[in-house]
Design a protein around this ligand. Structure first.
Ligand code: BG6
Length: 486
């Protein structure tokens, strides 16, 4: 299959931090179909060679195992090209069309790694020059809008030019290997499905913790905040993967229909439940791994009086037969103690214990990062079985650990690598449909409205902590604790 992959925003942060390194890894792993071209599009005055030089410097900054050798870079760079474009100029789209037409690839993927306010104009202009034929797909990076109305406006503009099957909304969390494994765990095994319901599960926690601050993205982040940046998309997408009903097939729409049903079943927030069940915080100066770090208000490009949240913890419920009454706790934040993302499924205690001593209910931990694996926490007898029931404490918590990096050492594929390969192959399973994305906005909007009226609920937390104390109180109210507080 020949392909052309066009990156709008070709000199942007996302392109050099995530997309190009992922493509390079795909190439190195021999997964990139042969005969492809990669075209970076941006406004800067560059040519193919100067772009390749710029890219070389950036890829050299990757962690050692991911750095190209000179020889590898030379081969990879031969696929990479550069076209200067002013995205507001129709003539520049005609130049793009001509550049693509000289080869006429089987598949053309337009990856819009630009600010989302440019998506409508880019799509419109692509349509005008005929670059919306069935061989073209468009990949839309998040954030798609900043509320429901703006997301709908973008979706309308995109759908005026591309069909739903051509428009791939990316949420890179869905490409993380553990998320793939969550599907395999739930729907490829018989073991968990009978337990995957309110009768056996006490609560589910989803934590997406970052130790980094906002870095150089202070202006973007300050307009966005943690709710829009992480909850509306990544955290809710993970929640749908955990909570959805078994789809009838692995077909993209069968999966996306089930995810949409979960989003539609989320109990809506109102003002009082926002106050009660949603905690927001902003980091102050602190220390991460022994290094002093500044507070959010001292970060570059952040206004000194900003009330943007860098942390959110919330409690929600899914109103259906499987999950009624089971609390789901979502938590995300910048400058937390560690980079750590996981889903913890806490099972109920046994209905009657014949063993004295503390109960330690079973727990399944789906680890997304930094390690990627599964842990199943059980109780096992540490003493002789003859002492069981004798009044001594004989049961001990143990865990069955599955480290996917060790289990499949050569087959691990990073999230962006997976998403890019899927985009090229036209596999839609991991991309978010417009109705899912709009429903997620619909659900978070009451929180945004309530916060916009009153900023007094913003708590502070020290960088390097696990967020405001109120987040522990939120979950403590139900008699539970966050995973690291056990
Ligand atoms: C992005 C957010 O979508 O995800 C960033 O915009 C965040 O703020 C990033 O840092 C986290 O992704 P990952 O894969 O590093 O956990």
């Amino acid at each position: 299959m020949s392909f052309d992959l066009v990156f709008f925003g070709g000199t942007g942060d996302l392109t050099w931090r995530k997309l190009m390194p992922a493509l390079f890894q795909a190439w190195r792993h021999g997964k990139l179909p042969a005969g492809g071209r990669i075209l970076a599009v941006a406004r800067d005055e560059r040519n193919h060679d100067s772009y390749r030089e710029w890219l070389k410097e950036r890829l050299a900054a990757a962690e050692p195992a991911k750095r190209p050798t000179d020889d590898e870079f030379a081969q990879f760079a031969a696929m990479v090209h550069y076209l200067r474009m002013d995205l507001s100029q129709p003539a520049d789209y005609a130049a793009l069309r001509d550049w693509l037409a000289c080869r006429c690839a089987d598949t053309v993927v337009m990856y819009l790694a630009t600010s989302p306010h440019l998506f409508p104009v880019i799509c419109e202009q692509l349509g005008k020059v005929g670059l919306n034929h069935p061989g073209v797909r468009v990949v839309l990076e998040k954030p798609l809008g900043h509320d429901l109305a703006s997301a709908q406006a973008i979706n309308r503009a995109v759908s005026a030019v591309f069909t739903e099957r051509q428009a791939l909304r990316i949420d890179h969390y869905l490409g993380k290997p553990s998320v793939q494994n969550l599907m395999a765990l739930r729907f490829g095994n018989v073991l968990f499905e009978p337990l995957w319901r309110r009768e056996s599960i006490a609560n589910i926690q989803i934590t997406l913790a970052e130790s980094l601050g906002v870095g150089t993205r202070g202006d973007f982040y300050d307009r966005t905040g943690a709710l829009r940046d992480m909850v509306q998309n990544h955290a809710l997408q993970l929640l749908t993967m955990v909570a959805m009903e078994p789809p009838s097939s692995a077909h993209a729409d069968a999966i996306r229909d089930e995810k949409l049903k979960v989003l539609r079943s989320l109990k809506p927030f109102d003002e009082s439940s926002v106050t009660r069940d949603v905690i927001r915080g902003q980091y102050r100066a602190g220390a991460i791994e022994g290094q002093a770090v500044p507070g959010y208000l001292d970060e570059a490009k952040v206004p000194a009086d900003s009330s943007t949240e860098t942390f959110v913890a919330l409690r929600c419920e899914i109103q259906n037969w499987r999950w009624a009454g089971v609390p789901f706790y979502l938590r995300t934040g910048k400058r937390l103690a560690h980079r750590h993302a996981e889903i913890v499924v806490n099972f109920r205690p046994t209905p009657h214990s014949i063993f004295p001593g503390a109960q330690s209910p079973n727990k399944l931990v789906i680890k997304l990062q930094p390690d990627d694996g599964l842990e199943l926490h059980l109780l096992a007898a540490k003493g002789s079985v003859h002492t069981l029931g004798s009044g001594q404490e004989v049961l001990s918590p143990v865990s069955l650990d599955l480290d996917f990096d060790k289990a499949f050492p050569t087959e691990r594929v990073g999230a962006y690598e997976r998403m890019l390969l899927d985009a090229l192959a036209g596999r839609l399973n991991l991309f978010v449909r417009s109705d899912e994305q709009e429903q997620a906005w619909r659900w978070v909007e009451p929180i945004l409205h309530s916060w916009s009226k009153d900023s007094s609920g913003l708590r502070t937390y020290a960088a390097g902590s696990w967020g405001p104390a109120a987040a522990s109180a939120l979950i403590g109210r139900d008699g539970y604790a966050w995973a690291e507080e056990y």
